[in-house]
Structures are given as structure tokens and as C-alpha cells.
Design a protein around this ligand. Structure first.
Ligand SMILES: [Zn+2]
Length: 401
């Protein structure tokens, strides 16, 4: 009777340390993961503050996170027939390269050769795509020359955008010139497009600015007036260079605050003092404002008007502008993760009828535009583009027109 009990006692003795061991392991694991959460959370918070991202979204996109995590499936590689990465700058200089891009990328060819969107303009309306960029060529947001963030467009992709705009006959205008067209009746060039940059990042000077100059283009740079200190942001000296090269410098408030989250007094100070600081430092009249995060309200619009801005920009997809949306100009975010076909899809005027698309292909109009069905007449073949406006002068010929 005793003998059978001995093993039971022994088992009980063994079970107790085993239970202690298991509990210890669980406690250790719980403490470990808690410490990791406690350790990483402040880092993420610091990163969010330091990067001053224009939108309340994480710096690393979900696709980039998936790439970082070996347990996550990797996104599919770009098909070889799809031209995600642009050719080298030297190759881009050849005017025939857009033809080569189109042969390599069926989606790009379809986008370029789509029929121009027919828009029934009301009196006082103009059509100008206003493009919005943040980072251009920021190395920390790229992996093997491919952007890992929607907020970063690689230098090669940005140059490809400029080449496409040039080949399609677009002429760059500043937001101040759009305001002058709407308020003063100034003439805009044919196929106008506005390129804008937010936040004053240093690569906008070191990478985007030389490329804009290479193609004889201009842009509007929205700078928070408390940022120009160098390192990650443009310096005052660099902003003076942009000014002297014909670029527009606009206000992006003083500290890039969400104007909907602060009192009237703070919002007014952000809007007015940034204008005054930029005007004093750069010896210019600041024409336009870009709302941080693209957020505004009637109260904010009234403050911008009172401060003396002639226009203000937010976010949005429409290409139509008039005096009624002069303080809420919609801008199209150009994402670093988009293809060249995606970029062209934002543009209202395409290449049909030009040497890029000798064979006319019937296609549906772009759905992202406000169109009037009654105006859906057969599309005329575009005539050669000539720059008739005194606003913009170009030294580079448009070879395909
Ligand atoms: Zn911003």
C-alpha cells in the first residue's frame, strides 16, 4: 500500500516545481513584451514629432512594413513590362524616350493615349491640375531606388514626371499666377499645371530644384516659417535662391499646426506671423498659403483672407478653380508609390493626336473630373501647343508639338 503511494508523492513533488517553472516562464515573457512595448512606444512618438509628417499617418507605409517583416508576404515585384523606375537622367534627355516608356508599359501608353477629358467650363472657371509633393529623393525613404513611402517620390520618378509634362505640352504656373488669373484676368499658358511642395524639406532644394531648372519649369514651395534652419529643412539662403530663380515661396503657417485644433488667436498668429516672417526674410510679398494637413474651416479661410493672402491651398481631386474656391484650392497628392501611368491619369490633357499616339484609340474620359454630359462631343485632335502667355517663358522647345 505504501509502495504505490511513493510514486504519487514523488509526482506531486515534481509537479510543484514544474508549475513554478511554467509560471516563471509566463511571467518572464509577459514582462519582456511589456518592456518592449514600453521601450518602443516613446520612440515611435518621437519619430512622429521629429518627422513632422504632413498628414497624421505613420512614416512607414503598410507596404514598407510588410517588406521589413520577414513573416509578412513580400509585395509582388513590378512586372518587367511595367516601367515603375524611370531610366537614367541621361537617357531621359532624349525626346524619344517617352515612346520607349510607352512601349515598355502598356498602362502608361493607355493613359497617355486616352482621350482628353471634356470639361464644360462655366464663366470664371479655369482648369489647372495642382500637384502636391512632399519628399523628393529622400534616401531614408527609399530601398534600392524604389520609394517605400507615399510621401517620397524618387528623383528618377520626379524627373520622369517633368519629362511627361513637357512631352504632353504642359506649362508650369505658380499658385500666385492662378490667383492672378482668377482675380486679375491674367492669361495662363495653354495646358497649365502647378507643381507645389510642402514642408520645406532639404531635398526640395538639392534634388527637385535642379530638375525643375533643367526643364525650365517653376513651382510653389510652401514653407513653415519656423523651419528654415538647415539640416533636414531648406535654409533661408536656399529659399532666396529659389526666389531668384522664379519659384514662388508660400506660407505653410509658422509651426505646421492643425489650424482646426487651435484657438482663433493661435490660428491667426500662425497665419499672419508666418506671412510677415517670410516677407521680411525673403523681401517678397507672400501670395498664398497651404493649410497644414490640408485642413481648414470657414473661420480659417476668413483668417487667411484677413491676413492678405490672395489664395490658399488644401487637398482634393478636382481640377476646376474659380473665385469661389480661391481659398480652398484642391491639390492632387502625387504619391511615391504610384506608377507613371497613375501620374498621367491625374492629367486632363493627354497625348492623343500627337506623335506619341498616332493611332487614335477610343477610350472613356477620366472619372475624377467634374464633367458635363451635354458637352460630351467628339474630341477634336489637339492642335500644336504654343506658349502665348507672357507669364511663362520657356527656353526648351516642346519637340512633339
Ligand atoms: Zn505640411
Amino acid at each position: 500500500m505504501i509502495l504505490p503511494q511513493r510514486p504519487q508523492r514523488t509526482q506531486r513533488k515534481l509537479k510543484i516545481p514544474l508549475l513554478h517553472f511554467t509560471l516563471s516562464v509566463w511571467l518572464f515573457l509577459a514582462a519582456f513584451f511589456e518592456s518592449r512595448i514600453a521601450f518602443f512606444a516613446p520612440q515611435q512618438a518621437r519619430a512622429a514629432v521629429n518627422t513632422l509628417m504632413p498628414l497624421p499617418a505613420p512614416l512607414v507605409t503598410p507596404s514598407a512594413t510588410a517588406m521589413d517583416d520577414p513573416l509578412q508576404p513580400r509585395p509582388p515585384a513590378w512586372p518587367s513590362a511595367t516601367l515603375k523606375r524611370a531610366p537614367s537622367p541621361a537617357a531621359i534627355m532624349s525626346a524619344t524616350n517617352v515612346d520607349k516608356w510607352m512601349r515598355a508599359d502598356a498602362a502608361l501608353q493607355a493613359a497617355i493615349c486616352m482621350t482628353d477629358t471634356q470639361i464644360n467650363l462655366q464663366e470664371g472657371q479655369i482648369v489647372v491640375p495642382i500637384l502636391l509633393y512632399h519628399f523628393v529623393g529622400r534616401a531614408t525613404l527609399e530601398r534600392k531606388d524604389v520609394s517605400t513611402s507615399r510621401y517620397n517620390v524618387t528623383a528618377a520618378d520626379f524627373e520622369a514626371h517633368l519629362v511627361l509634362l513637357r512631352q504632353l505640352g504642359y506649362h508650369t504656373v505658380t499658385v500666385g499666377e492662378i490667383a492672378a488669373a482668377l482675380l486679375d484676368g491674367q492669361t495662363l499658358p495653354e495646358r497649365p499645371v502647378a507643381i507645389t511642395f510642402d514642408d520645406g524639406w532639404s531635398e526640395q532644394y538639392s534634388i527637385a530644384f535642379p530638375l525643375l531648372q533643367k526643364y525650365g519649369m517653376k513651382a510653389t514651395f510652401y514653407v513653415p516659417s519656423s523651419y528654415p534652419v538647415g539640416k533636414r529643412f531648406m535654409t533661408w539662403e536656399q529659399l532666396v535662391e529659389l526666389r531668384d530663380a522664379g519659384m514662388e515661396i508660400g506660407s505653410h503657417t509658422r509651426k505646421h499646426v492643425n489650424l482646426l485644433d487651435v484657438t482663433d488667436k493661435v490660428a491667426d498668429a500662425e497665419i499672419t506671423t508666418s506671412k510677415a516672417t517670410l516677407e521680411k526674410k525673403l523681401d517678397i510679398t507672400i501670395q498664398s498659403l497651404a493649410y497644414p494637413y490640408g485642413l481648414y474651416s470657414k473661420r480659417v479661410v476668413a483668417l487667411a483672407q484677413q491676413a492678405g493672402y490672395r489664395a490658399a491651398a488644401g487637398l482634393g481631386g478636382t481640377l476646376l478653380h474659380s473665385q469661389t474656391n480661391l481659398y480652398a484650392l484642391p491639390r492632387i497628392e502625387i504619391r511615391g508609390t504610384a506608377t507613371l501611368a497613375d501620374f498621367v491619369a491625374h492629367l486632363p490633357w493627354r497625348g492623343q493626336g500627337t506623335s506619341l499616339c498616332p493611332a487614335i484609340q477610343p477610350t472613356a474620359p477620366s472619372p475624377d473630373l467634374q464633367t458635363d454630359a451635354s458637352s460630351a462631343l467628339p474630341t477634336p485632335i489637339p492642335q500644336p501647343i504654343t506658349c502665348t502667355s507672357s507669364i511663362t517663358r520657356y527656353s526648351l522647345p516642346i519637340t512633339d508639338y
